[in-house]
Design a protein around this ligand. Structure first.
Ligand code: ADP
Length: 227
């Protein structure tokens, strides 16, 4: 089995850096990146029926109902060949069970669940500085990764905005929802020995190194087993 067949779930509270780390993991191991938040934001931007349904939940920092999310993910997983990384899914126990069901049906299993740990106060500080470019999706942080010209995207020159759900009150609400609904997944995956935890408060490069330190050995043990 090659690295391309890896199946990874990335867990972490809002602001823990899942998106950034997901991008580098997917690039390194040739994985498809399935980010439910990005899918939903795309639907909202295109003003589709699904977008109108999920937009209201997202705006107030609530979760989109499991039935809606499960349907979207099951359909996507069906189209993917080879390895993938799930970012932002599962987020509740019913979603985790649905994922198990889909994988069982396809004869697949999750290789590792990577959990990025962070303290809530640190998250609030980090997210209040987050800005993104609505045109190309590039993400900045006024404290740790400012654009070259204030308020302007380095890549495409678009005007940077603060995501509606990155405003402080909504961030606090999202953290509360994470604690209640998603934190239980840490125990769920730990109990089956699939969980590996990493400190998400360090720099993106340090977090990336820690993640590679976990995933590289999984890949080499597989190629060793195959040889
Ligand atoms: P973050 O991890 O920074 O909170 P995401 O981009 O993953 O942000 O998700 C943004 C929003 O999209 C969530 O606050 C939620 O409303 C909705 N969403 C994304 N994934 C899911 C999911 N698996 N279940 C329910 N809602 C979801």
């Amino acid at each position: 089995m090659s690295a391309a067949d890896l199946r990874i779930v990335l867990l972490g509270c809002p602001g823990a850096g899942k998106g950034t780390q997901a991008n580098s993991l997917c690039e390194r191991y040739g994985l498809a990146h399935l980010a439910t938040g990005d899918i939903f934001r795309g639907e909202v931007a295109a003003d589709t029926a699904l977008g109108r349904e999920v937009g209201a939940y997202m705006k107030r920092g609530a979760l989109v109902p499991d039935e809606v999310v499960n349907k979207v993910v099951a359909a996507k997983l069906d189209t993917l060949r080879g390895g993938w990384l799930l970012d932002g899914f599962p987020r509740t126990l019913p979603q985790a069970r649905e994922l198990d069901r889909c994988l069982e049906g396809a004869g697949h299993k999750i290789d590792v669940v990577l959990s990025l740990q962070m303290r809530p106060e640190e998250v609030v500080r980090r997210m209040s500085g987050r800005r993104s470019c609505p045109a190309c999706g590039e993400v900045y942080n006024v404290q740790s990764r400012p654009p070259k010209a204030e308020g302007k995207c380095d890549k495409c020159g678009g005007a940077l905005v603060q995501r509606e759900d990155d405003k402080e009150a909504t961030v606090r609400q999202r953290l509360k929802v994470y604690e209640e609904m998603t934190q239980p997944l840490v125990a769920y995956y730990r109990a089956r020995g699939a969980l590996r935890e990493v400190d998400g408060s360090r720099s993106p490069d340090e977090v990336a190194q820690a993640l590679l330190g976990i995933v590289d050995p999984i890949v080499s043990s597989r190629s060793g087993a195959r040889a």
